[in-house]
Design a protein around this ligand. Structure first.
Ligand code: C2E
Ligand code: SIN
Ligand code: SIN
Ligand code: FE
Ligand code: FE
Length: 409
């Protein structure tokens, strides 16, 4: 058990560390772990509010973990309605914290009751429970932090002490800020997409949604083949969808005369157009989240080619300088080649060209499907990563479904 001084030192250190963690999942798991360790709670859960429901998002339980060492606890994702009938629901609904001594002995006068289903399934005995709302500065509740079974020196479950309540509230506030930040990042990205749509309404709307969905479909298949862990896949799917939607966002920096030119671009215009990759990446120079990282990677790399003939090559998009050691004799950056191109770049390149060829543009007619597929096949190993082409053809049915779901209007 920690002294008050040790607790204080831990909190200060954690506060500093947490401002440096970008990934919301990692952040909330850390917050839950540290909150539990400070009050010696055997178990705990974080719920995040989504669409007027509470989603059971992270759970940790030392006792159950010890029964199956090395194994990951089964994360049953379930949701609770926000009303007074459950403990977490009550806390989210009223914004009040609850410090309960034994959830099996709640007076029947209380509006909520404890749901024993999970104890019955796992053989765990939940007893004391400390539950806090995750409230933002504006007073909105974004989730719930729940700590279970404070353990005394002998390992027996005891009630949470009243003097630990402010401590736990501090953690609840940190979690609330983290969740709000992630939600703001997401909202900002959606606004950016809308802005790009307003700028280039003919092309962007459905193109953006199709390219994003094609990219996710190809990624899912590719990741499945490679045995990528389910949790990683789930997370990347979301990040990739956003990043792929933003692949051409750098076009907002290109003048209308070029962007909307109804005929072929000349050489000088093409060179300017190529800047949309670097301009796009530059929008995400402040990498607050993995969304920003991925969006910068996709914007920068979606016109590189597998055989090293694409653009913009080995360049730092934020200062526009060629990366040392990658200059061609004329000082231009050497294009990236093969594995030098990040996976998300290779993926979106394929999704983008498939969609561009299949669509009418101001400067070109749409191609017949057979012709498009032939073009992709012959470009395997030149424009595209052969493994991505293989994956694309393996999930061609999903690709066609997506095309039907987002027609051009
Ligand atoms: P986009 O229209 O979304 O096209 C994306 C990519 O699809 C192109 O990258 C290219 O690799 C492929 N693609 C599109 N149309 C054709 C085609 O007719 N034949 C072949 N073989 N491939 C095609 P790229 O060339 O780097 O162009 C990037 C963006 O620059 C295009 O995005 C488009 O917005 C613009 N652009 C390119 N060429 C022209 C042009 O001649 N006129 C105009 N107005 N814009 C162009
Ligand atoms: C994330 O990276 O998953 C969310 C964004 C953030 O932490 O701000
Ligand atoms: C959009 O309307 O382009 C973005 C919303 C979405 O489909 O996620
Ligand atoms: Fe592009
Ligand atoms: Fe595009």
């Amino acid at each position: 058990m920690l002294t008050e001084k040790q607790k204080f030192a831990k909190i200060v250190n954690l506060g500093i560390e947490i401002t440096q963690v970008k990934d919301l999942d990692v952040l909330l798991e850390r917050i839950l772990k540290e909150a539990r360790s400070l009050v010696n709670a055997d178990a705990g859960t974080i719920y995040v509010k989504e669409d007027d429901k509470l989603k059971f998002t992270y759970t940790q339980n030392d006792t159950l973990q010890q029964r199956q060492p090395g194994k990951k606890l089964i994360y049953s994702t379930f949701t609770l309605p926000i009303n007074n009938q459950t403990i977490a629901g009550y806390v989210a609904n009223t914004g009040e914290m609850l410090n309960l001594t034994d959830v099996y002995k709640l007076p029947s006068t209380l509006p909520f009751s404890f749901n024993r289903k999970f104890d019955d399934l796992s053989g765990y005995r939940t007893q004391s429970m400390l539950t806090f709302p995750l409230k933002t500065n504006r007073g909105d509740t974004t989730g719930v932090l729940q700590l279970i079974n404070e353990k005394n020196a002998k390992g027996a479950a005891v009630p949470f002490s009243k003097k630990d309540e402010p401590l736990v509230m501090h953690f609840a506030n940190m979690a609330a800020v983290a969740i709000e930040r992630a939600q703001m990042t997401r909202a900002m990205i959606l606004r950016t997409i809308k802005m790009a749509e307003l700028r280039d309404p003919k092309e962007t709307g459905s193109h953006v949604n199709r390219v994003a969905s094609y990219s996710v479909a190809i990624y899912e298949h590719w990741a499945g083949k490679r045995g990528v862990h389910h949790d990683v896949l789930e997370k990347n799917r979301d990040i990739l969808r956003m990043a792929a939607m933003l692949h051409d966002v750098g076009k907002v920096a290109i003048s209308d005369a070029i962007l909307k030119k109804p005929t072929r671009l000349d050489e000088a215009e093409r060179e300017i157009m190529k800047q949309h990759t670097v301009m796009g990446a530059r929008l995400f120079s402040e990498q607050y989240s993995e969304f920003d990282d991925a969006s910068a990677v996709v914007a920068l790399n979606h016109h590189e080619k597998w055989d090293g003939t694409g653009y913009p090559g080995h360049i730092n998009p934020f200062d526009g300088k060629v990366l040392p050691g990658y200059e061609n004799s004329n000082g231009s950056p050497r294009p990236k080649k093969g594995d030098e191109i990040p996976v998300f770049g290779r993926l979106v390149a394929l999704a983008d060209v498939y969609d561009a060829l299949s669509s009418k543009r101001a400067y070109k007619e749409r191609w017949e499907e057979a012709q498009v597929l032939e073009e992709l096949k012959v470009s395997s190993g030149t424009h595209f990563d052969p493994e991505m082409i293989e994956t694309f053809f393996a999930c061609i049915d999903s690709i066609h479904n997506i095309a039907e779901r987002y027609p051009d209007h």
